[in-house]
Design a binder for this molecule. Structure first.
Ligand code: C5P
Length: 237
């Protein structure tokens, strides 16, 4: 089975209130993106990695990882205006004889290798798989400053990456989204709209998306890998 990974990291990070995009911010001495990349390098199932970056950041990132002596093929792809466009560009660089494609945000460095394996294996069996967390807060739909209604939270999950798909399913989903002008905030939304079943796996509360300045102290803590901080969300599934 041939598996490719796409790591989108071409965002400009407006929410970070910093001139350094979030994927290049250092956490315990190593950049967020290097940390994310290392997880995919150490996952034996992954054959090739496609890192999507802004054009002017490709050379400096290549320099940053020079010393790591990476054995796996890594390809750098220029990103687009939206996350979807960036991932699609990464996808176009994936070899067509690939069986499963796994996509993971460059700004989620605390994904576990076991989780990458599980999502790939589930997609290989079922076609599509995503990682999710239960929702413990009450969730409401609003319009401007007024509540429209309360949503049933037991039916709601919060979606993370990694997400994995059989190559052919993802190809058709990207092509149809492009023709029909559909923009989604994750790849699963492109796949669901065509009626393909998407299997959910329990993700991890540690797998945070580093997007705001307040995420950084938590990231520093997680980078120390303190065992007692491991999440216990499994009891809720
Ligand atoms: O914007 P969002 O929080 O959804 O970003 C998730 C991931 O997608 C980040 O790693 C970000 O760098 C990446 N991204 C991208 N190209 C864009 C926008 C976001 O690769 N145009």
């Amino acid at each position: 089975m041939k598996i490719a990974a796409i790591i989108p990291a071409a965002g400009i990070g407006m929410r970070m209130e910093s001139s350094t995009p979030k994927q290049f911010v250092k956490v315990a001495g190593r950049s967020v993106l290097v940390r994310t990349l290392q997880k995919f390098i150490s996952c034996q199932l992954i054959h090739t990695i496609h890192v999507v970056l802004r054009k002017d950041e490709i050379e400096s990132f290549k320099k940053e990882i020079e010393d790591l002596k990476i054995q796996k093929p890594i390809q750098f792809v220029e990103g687009g205006e939206t996350r979807q466009e960036s991932v699609y560009r990464g996808f176009k660089a994936v070899e067509p004889d690939t069986n499963v494609v796994v996509i993971h945000d460059g700004v989620r460095p605390f994904v576990e290798v076991e989780m990458i394996k599980a999502i790939v294996q589930t997609a290989a069996k079922k076609g599509s798989a995503i990682t999710v967390l239960s929702c413990f807060d009450t969730v409401k739909e609003i319009h401007q400053d007024l509540v429209v209604k309360t949503l049933p939270r037991e039916k709601i999950v919060m979606v993370q990456t990694p997400q994995a798909f059989k190559y052919e399913i993802l190809k058709e989903s990207f092509e149809r989204a492009e023709i029909e002008g559909f923009q989604g905030t994750d790849e699963s939304s492109l796949v669901e709209r065509l009626g393909f079943p998407v299997t959910v796996l329990l993700g991890s509360e540690r797998n945070i998306k580093i997007t705001k300045p307040t995420d950084l102290p938590l990231a520093e803590l997680y980078a120390q890998d303190i065992k007692f901080l491991r999440d216990n969300t499994k009891v809720f599934f």
